[in-house]
Ligand binder design. Sequence first.
Ligand SMILES: *[C@@H]1O[C@H](CO)[C@@H](O)[C@H](O)[C@H]1NC(C)=O
Ligand SMILES: *[C@@H]1O[C@H](CO)[C@@H](O)[C@H](O)[C@H]1NC(C)=O
Ligand SMILES: *[C@@H]1O[C@H](CO)[C@@H](O)[C@H](O)[C@H]1NC(C)=O
Ligand SMILES: *[C@@H]1O[C@H](CO)[C@@H](O)[C@H](O)[C@H]1NC(C)=O
Ligand SMILES: *[C@@H]1O[C@H](CO)[C@@H](O)[C@H](O)[C@H]1NC(C)=O
Ligand SMILES: *[C@@H]1O[C@H](CO)[C@@H](O)[C@H](O)[C@H]1NC(C)=O
Ligand SMILES: *[C@@H]1O[C@H](CO)[C@@H](O)[C@H](O)[C@H]1NC(C)=O
Ligand SMILES: *[C@@H]1O[C@H](CO)[C@@H](O)[C@H](O)[C@H]1NC(C)=O
Length: 780
Amino acid sequence: MRGVFAYLLCLLPLLVLSADQKQVYIVRIREQKSLHEIEDTHHSYLLSVKNDEGEAKASRLYSYKYSFNGFAAELTPDEASKLSEIEGVASVYKSDPQKYKLLTTRSWEFVGLPDDGDDPIPNRKNILNKTDYGQDIIVGFSRKLDNVDFLLGIWPESKSFSDQDMKPASPSWGGVCQAGIYYDRFHCSNKIVGARYYLKGYEKHYGRLNETLESRSPRDMIGHGTHTASTVAGRQVVNASLMGLAGGAATGGASLARLAIYKVCWLVPNRENSEENACFEEDILAAIDDAIGDKVDVLSISLGLGSSQPLPIEKDPIAIGALMAVKNNIVVACAAGNAGPAWETVSNYHPWVITVAASSIDRDFLRSVILANGVAVIGRTATPNYELDDQNRTLVYAADVVVPGVDKNLAANCLPGSLAPEKVKGNIVVCMVGTMESRIAQGMEVKRAGGVGLILGNLPVMGDRAVYDTHVLPATEVSSSDVLKIIQYIKSTKNPQAVLFNKTRTVLYGVAPNVTSFSSRGPNPFDPNILKPDITAPGLNILAAWSEGTSVSGDVFDNRNVTYNLQSGTSMAAPHIAASATLIKALHPDWSSAAIRSAIMTTASTINNQGSSITDEHGNLANPFMMGCGQFRPVEAADPGLIYDASYDDYLHYICNLGGSTEAIDPSYKCPQEPLFNLNYPSLAIRGLTGTAVVNRRVTHVGSVANTVYNFIAKPPKGITVDATPNVLQFQQVGQILSFTLTIRAVAGSEYLKSYYGFGSYSWTSGNLSVVSPMAISLK
Ligand SMILES: *[C@@H]1O[C@H](CO)[C@@H](O)[C@H](O)[C@H]1NC(C)=O
Ligand SMILES: *[C@@H]1O[C@H](CO)[C@@H](O)[C@H](O)[C@H]1NC(C)=O
Ligand SMILES: *[C@@H]1O[C@H](CO)[C@@H](O)[C@H](O)[C@H]1NC(C)=O
Ligand SMILES: *[C@@H]1O[C@H](CO)[C@@H](O)[C@H](O)[C@H]1NC(C)=O
Ligand SMILES: *[C@@H]1O[C@H](CO)[C@@H](O)[C@H](O)[C@H]1NC(C)=O
Ligand SMILES: *[C@@H]1O[C@H](CO)[C@@H](O)[C@H](O)[C@H]1NC(C)=O
Ligand SMILES: *[C@@H]1O[C@H](CO)[C@@H](O)[C@H](O)[C@H]1NC(C)=O
Ligand SMILES: *[C@@H]1O[C@H](CO)[C@@H](O)[C@H](O)[C@H]1NC(C)=O
């Protein structure tokens, strides 16, 4: 019985260490060894470059056994170079001392998978019932990919992780529970069946963990690990809310799946206002190695390289770890990153993972402002209903009410100590989001100075729409264009006034899903011929469990402590896909990770709840670089009709075809000589089409009726034709695999594709079932 979460987060590049010091190196050994011999072998390699036994022993941080044969050790550059010359050593490289950072429950109902109450669509309930709500599946996890801070771990006492009525995990489950030390005991249960932590790399870089801030255990002191874990597998908790907002039953997508926690990210010392965390390559590799050895079923990873240059596969711990996980039949769901709306920002873009973009749900939190000139401005916030009468109040612009000496450029930012109480008392203050980390601190400053309300203006770079904050006083957040209107109004009149509404209203209408502006976009910066992201799932204002080891905002000076919290990010989206994969795996235990991804992708929808095409938050049509195949549909994904399968060897073959060597990835694999190899991917991207392209694909019939006929339908971009040979697939038995060839031609009217991509799709249809693949094609 499994239910494991591995958590990974986001990354940010950071710290450069001095070159002559001993540093951590990752060493890969060419030969395969049996498990019990591995550690001895690693020791003897180290012994050959170190002075004595003791030194060799002390230098080794981890032995990697299940993902690949290798180890992490502290070496001098000289020792590293000696090691690399030893026969049998495949590669030696310095661990990149960059810090990886971490980045509902309405969302499940919204995608058609409610867990409670009367469901008008019986089918939905059947899926959950049939899979026993994911029982016996173990899931692994993820984080957010921007410079908000995250970490892994879990708050095991949360009601969402109750193991009530759950039987013990099967004896074959290999996980362990590493208890915390001192006062902070950590307990596993029939729900949290494994919990480990990885600190050796972190402590090499930062020194000993500060245990007044962090817990030397799998305990989550940041919140995001708890949040993502409960989105995948939280039990149903009635009356969950964030200080009264978003109230309702909270539940994970696979509420009986079990969790295994692999904590690799830790708070960093000397943080200032905000929590910050870091995770290191050698620790991440060790976590994934253990998750493979423990035999988790699904891994949800939200670690990414943010906006840095793509790394070679063999030096990218997430890429390698995920590939080895997939080799062991583990499904890996990854956050696409929060670097949107810029193009070519997607992270975790390798074809062996599921890359998840974030969309909105049909719920919103409104708190509007009415200027005394009659203009109404819509604001949004996760601020609870602090008392404020719905009366006109004097409105002041922060830059006009600062104490002397505040830097002019920062005067609108409501920095701590900047506001003059005599000009602020009793008023509503308009502040601008700045580059300082904490928006909560801005509200605290307004409150300190005696203000009764806060209007926070967003920056245009935030796509006009902030992540919603939970402020400490009545507050709302408005777009960058709306805040300009408000400031203009203030400047235009002698006695500016406004009503800031008393209540944050939860509204359940509106166009949804929209692709969020923060969600990272394609094209794929590593290989433009693999379309990424793959899929989109809810990632805006998702309510899920929270850690009591931190505050609601995560800021250290905030002492408000909650058990459920709203969070946004692709890290919140990836767990939805991990849960969907969990349910599919429970239904189809023999499906490969590629098959499960294919099922999720080809059954997605590009239509919103109004029956129109999905757009971004501004109404621009969403394309596959924003949403992949579209919004996932967990019920439909259970019965996809056809699947595009791929194996571990196919991925290695794909790496060969990229011109890469697989030597450093899997020394036992030899690249085949095959002129045309196309990875059997459920979507299609071609950059720089010249004339005609021919692409091979194959599909497996996984429906229930043996004799089934599928017909081909192409909806290519203008100026492109797409033909399939054959264009009818006649299956005679379930499980049969049929191949087809796509011929893609640029014809008259395709010139526009020299400057950018065109988008379309092709499908195989049978009765009311459509197996849809999006396409993106450019001539440049
Ligand atoms: C779930 O399935 C079991 C047996 O398969 C059935 O007895 C039960 O009524 C089902 N529950 C729901 C809620 O459909
Ligand atoms: C640990 O963190 C606390 C709280 O930030 C700080 O006061 C203390 O000085 C830190 N200890 C060390 C050894 O850095
Ligand atoms: C949920 O909360 C409401 C209001 O606090 C309360 O009346 C109700 O009994 C609660 N329901 C449950 C099942 O706890
Ligand atoms: C606020 O002031 C404006 C202008 O005087 C007035 O029209 C509006 O009714 C007032 N709103 C309230 C709630 O008093
Ligand atoms: C403001 O909201 C609070 C909490 O919902 C409510 O108790 C109070 O009556 C409201 N006040 C006014 C003036 O509307
Ligand atoms: C959160 O609240 C709980 C219960 O009141 C308390 O035990 C805990 O110390 C609080 N945590 C923080 C970080 O304030
Ligand atoms: C979704 O997009 C529509 C435009 O298509 C927009 O009107 C709406 O406000 C958006 N909703 C959210 C939550 O961004
Ligand atoms: C699709 O077709 C099958 C077989 O004809 C039928 O049983 C099923 O109800 C249809 N589903 C929908 C959503 O129309």
